[in-house]
Design a protein around this ligand. Structure first.
Ligand SMILES: Nc1nc2c(c(=O)[nH]1)N[C@H]1C(S)=C(S)[C@@H](COP(=O)(O)OP(=O)(O)OC[C@H]3O[C@@H](n4cnc5c(N)ncnc54)[C@H](O)[C@@H]3O)O[C@H]1N2
Ligand code: MOO
Length: 414
């Protein structure tokens, strides 16, 4: 779709739902790569991993004591202990080589292989060993142990063939431990997207500068970069682009990253080149959304299908447009859930939240004594409205806001 809305304004605006449906249909998951387990935490498994061996793969002692045949201890009590011949020892990594006979026992420590012939472990607390200088040392059992007692059977933790992680699993620290215990050293995970932030605006100075004259300091690249990393982006590159069409075209066309975020220049002013350039080199799918703020937001696609997001320059609009459209797409590319990652809290409206039918509203709110208070703010250039707020309430297009006492869900900023 080619259209130049500059200085004409938006005739119609796309609903947020329709815009999201386009993104869902067109921005799929990236391919996968193999990474060593030490780098796999937080990554999303691209395929199911099954255990090729059981864990443990040998029966092992769960207590320090004596491996024996449970039957041999039947009837043993503190008053009538049963004597067993001590024939050796089994240590973790250094098993007992022989077999345990009917009235024999082997000294064993936790984690050591239970020798052939033995089926139970008598805890050291219930045994008395004869001094080791005895010719044929014996151990006295003061308690009976049934067969199986204190023996971890083969596959008790995990059976060979069982699923260890499912495809789509965001790997937890303990997943890495289980994978390693089955002999796995690396895992296939979904690639994390790279993101290029194109910052337009001749008035902008890079972060770290002191604002002076008519020049202000770029805030959007920091906000966008941090949001993209939150959403799983691997690398984030920032480029400052002059408000000239050729410069915007060169930057947008030359970006090799998986996603391009354009900050500013998205609206209908004569210097708003980004939508036009995108239409020239690719396709504008949406420009102008029924949402406040960030109504001039849009997005489209480069010829190879990579998404370009047109984010309004006003900092709150930029943040809002990112959260609505770019965030779900970046998460989706990396195999993460598209839904907003914010914690949510249900609260009662303490002061009326005003909205307009026909557009979604992104309302910054404070939570005071569990009551939701919308921040009175004059516009989308007031970035401190988002630092003073505890979170945001999204009012759908078919709601006229919420009256005092209504229950709403707050998406928390922290
Ligand atoms: N005739 C119309 N004018 C405007 C409309 C409209 O519908 N019709 N929409 C307004 C709305 S809403 C917004 S939002 C802005 C969006 O415009 P742009 O995306 O073209 O943004 P800029 O003009 O480049 O900048 C707007 C504002 O934000 C400041 N800015 C820009 N980049 C940054 C940055 N990286 N860090 C901090 N601040 C930034 C910039 O200096 C401007 O003050 O259009 C309205 N106009
Ligand atoms: O939405 Mo503009 O996006 O209000 O400042």
């Amino acid at each position: 779709m080619r259209r130049d809305v500059r200085m004409r304004g938006f005739r119609e605006r796309t609903s947020v739902e329709a815009a999201l449906a386009i993104l869902e249909a067109r921005v799929g998951r990236l391919g996968d790569e193999r990474v060593p387990l030490v780098e796999a935490c937080g990554r999303v498994a691209s395929e199911e991993v099954t255990a090729s061996v059981s864990v443990p793969h040998f029966a092992r002692a769960a207590m320090d004591g004596y491996a024996l045949r449970g039957e041999a201890t039947f009837g043993a009590t503190a008053f009538a202990p049963v004597a067993l011949q001590l024939v050796g020892a089994s240590w973790p990594g250094r098993p007992f080589g022989g077999a345990v006979g009917a009235r024999e026992a082997v000294r064993i420590t936790t984690g050591a292989p239970v020798p052939e012939g033995a089926d139970a472990v008598l805890m050291a607390e219930y045994a008395d060993e004869e001094p080791s200088n005895a010719a044929r040392p014996r151990v006295w059992a003061r308690e009976a142990v049934p067969p199986g007692k204190h023996v971890a059977q083969v596959g008790e933790d995990l059976l060979a063939g069982a699923a260890v992680v499912a495809a789509g699993r965001k790997l937890r620290p303990q997943d890495l431990g289980v994978l390693a215990s089955t002999g796995v050293g690396s895992v296939r995970v979904i690639r994390r997207p790279s993101v290029h932030i194109l910052v337009t605006g001749d008035e902008l100075l890079p972060p770290g500068s002191i604002p002076e004259g008519a020049r202000i300091v770029d805030a959007n690249s920091l906000v966008l970069g941090a949001l993209a990393r939150r959403d799983g982006a691997a690398e984030v590159t920032v480029t400052y682009v002059a408000d000239r069409r050729e410069a915007v075209r060169a930057a947008m066309g030359g970006a090799p990253e998986d996603v391009v975020l354009v900050s500013g220049g998205s609206s209908v002013g004569p210097e708003d080149h980004a939508p036009l350039v995108l239409a020239e080199i690719g396709e504008v799918a949406v420009h102008g959304v029924a949402v406040r703020p960030s109504s001039p937001a849009g997005f489209g696609f480069l010829p190879d299908g990579r998404a370009v997001f047109l984010l309004p320059g006003n900092p709150v609009s930029c943040l809002c447009a990112y959260e609505l459209f770019a965030g779900p797409s970046i998460r989706g590319l990396g195999g993460l859930p598209r839904a907003w990652p914010h914690r949510r809290r249900r609260c009662t409206v303490g002061r009326r939240i005003v909205s307009e039918i026909g557009r979604m509203d992104y309302v910054r709110v404070r939570i005071e004594e569990e009551r939701v208070i919308p921040l009175m703010t004059s516009g989308a250039s007031i970035l401190t409205s988002t630092t003073r707020a505890d979170g945001v309430v999204l009012v759908p297009a078919d709601e006229e806001g919420y009256g005092e006492g209504a229950e709403v869900e707050v998406l928390l900023y922290d």
